[in-house]
Ligand binder design. Sequence first.
Ligand SMILES: [Zn+2]
Length: 718
Amino acid sequence: MQTDPKRYVNSGSFTSPLENFMFDPRILVVTSCTGEKRFKPENQLQLDDFKNPELLQSRSAELAEYICPAGQMYTGAQHLRLMEGISILRQARGAEAVDLIILSAAYGLIGEEEKIVPYEVTFNTMTSEEVDRWATTLNIHLDFEKKTQEYDLIFVLLGEQYLRSLKLPVNHRDGQSTIFLTSTGSLKYLKASQTKNIALILSNIQAKHYGYGLVGLKGFLFKKFAEAVVRDLTILTKVYEHPKLFSQIIDNRAIQLNILIKDDDLVATPTIELIRVIDLKQYQNNSIGSGRSETATGISIPDDLQPSANYALGIQYFIPEWDDRVDPRYNFIDDKNAVNRDTYDDDVYAHQIYDRPNYNGILLSRVVFDKSKKKSKILLEKGVHDYIRYSGQIMGDCGAFSYIQEDKPPYQTKEIIDYYHQVGFDYGVSIDHLIVGGFAKPGIREERYALTIKNAEEFIQEHSKGEYKFTPIGAVQGWSPESYATAVKSYIEMGYKYIALGGIARAPTAEIVEILQAVYHHLTPTTKIHLFGVGRLNAVPIFRHLGVNSFDSASPLRKAWLDPTANYHTMSGKTYAAVRIPKSGSLRINNIVKAGIASLETLKQLEEKALASLRRFDEGRLAIDETLDALTAYDLLLELPRAGKVDAIQATKRMNKHAQMYRVLLEDRPWKDCGCKVCVDLGVEVVIFRGNDRNRRRGFHNTYVFNQRFKGLLNNAD
Ligand SMILES: [Zn+2]
């Protein structure tokens, strides 16, 4: 810590003479320009004016009557609230209390006294490339590094594109603390430097929490902070030393309860720390007296609820298998399968592509087996492990959704047990009958419930009679927490060590949690619980706490081609739309040609141009706008005709929507950041929505991402 005597103030709030003088950090606020300005003359400056110094001079002269200091030019909500905060601090602590610099997309980094004229330039409407280029011209990175040097505590209130323009990290001197107030999308631009950094990530959740709109929230929170500082001047020093406290100080409740800072609440902050993301909700959990803990789902469990009795058994991810194979010799340039390829013998599963499987196990439903005679024959001959070419654990079930309409399941217990045994499953699930939708009506549900329990009882009895290698799993259906809990209790009494809860794949997480809370009380240290069809990463910690040991989900895989927008997933949770470039032989294209909307020849040309452009973009040889032009030219003709006609408005709407999504994809180029085998091998092909070999591989990538994130959650929890 520095020892300049002028830098110490009498805090007045401590009795100990030693603590009477506290380090007084120099404070800087960095904020962005806003679209709303005090003057909006028609001839205000445009970007082009700033690109030419002579033009800038003459054009500025035309606007002389509007010249004013930067600090007074902006009238957007963020700026106004921020200025109120700054003036509160200055009233209490003098004009020197805090300095302000503004990041203007037109002028670069400017002081609040700098005189400027009205302009209409913002980073928000620029492409990322334009931001990068223009930020370099404006010298923003170096300026930011230079202008922040002399300050101890720096607040950065910048949105995504403005933050990008800083090109972090910058070199800081030791002993600086930086607090970023920003949004989720900005995370990728926050790079650690040798300062104490924290980031407060603001979203609509925080906006709601503070009762202030997202636009302007950064300024609003700074003002709240200023108000707190005025009540207790020592806060500045404390926040400088422990930036994490910032979130506590601006929290309404913390102020109310007057529990601002108690040192024993502090987790020691290392001097060099990576950017931390403070989740305000999580913070609330830590605050005194809340007595609840919350997960990212917003669902809370009481603090005194211990982890379930079976917690030590861990939690695992199974993937349902449905012939998810691809041609390993697929030629992406000619779009052709390997010659003489056999779709079973030659094609490969995801676990044959990756060095390690992206799941802890596989779930195979009987309905997949029943689909073709040829298939069931091979399965019986080879056994399920050889059939799927997977040596890990495989669970078999009946696939209750396939017979939901029937009064009774089409299988008998003995027959199913023999099937599990012959095919060589590691786990076999008893025959259940779904209680969902119209089948959850009183009268029907009790019948299905009783039938499911009866089957489970038969199942474990039959299983105990023979020499079966597979572990029996009792399937439970229900319609309320109590009905599930009652069944689980009786299954444990029947001798089950593994119980699967069904019928909740589409239930809201809150409902599943209620069911689990009811089930929780019956669990023993050796009971395992499986959830059918529930793969929700944000709920994994709470599920695990309440006793879930496994779940299955094909959703990351299938979203690659079934989701309208979220086709390519990433580690940050951000998802992207894949670029739709259908093949000229596809059904859609045939329909369009048949309706006479465009000739096959035209479509083929546009298709080829779209593919070629995307590949050239990937190689860095084509700009985003040109690439998008090629993509949208094809896309515009892809609206399906209705009654032989295409609705031009719909087609344009569709194209515009796609153009927006594709722009984001091209700007971020997420496939270049992924080190998984599929992305490394395929490159840009993985983000093209086109045929099984790209789409399913993209699904494999999504599964990889899901599993990495899942494992990351577990590492954090243990
Ligand atoms: Zn990947």
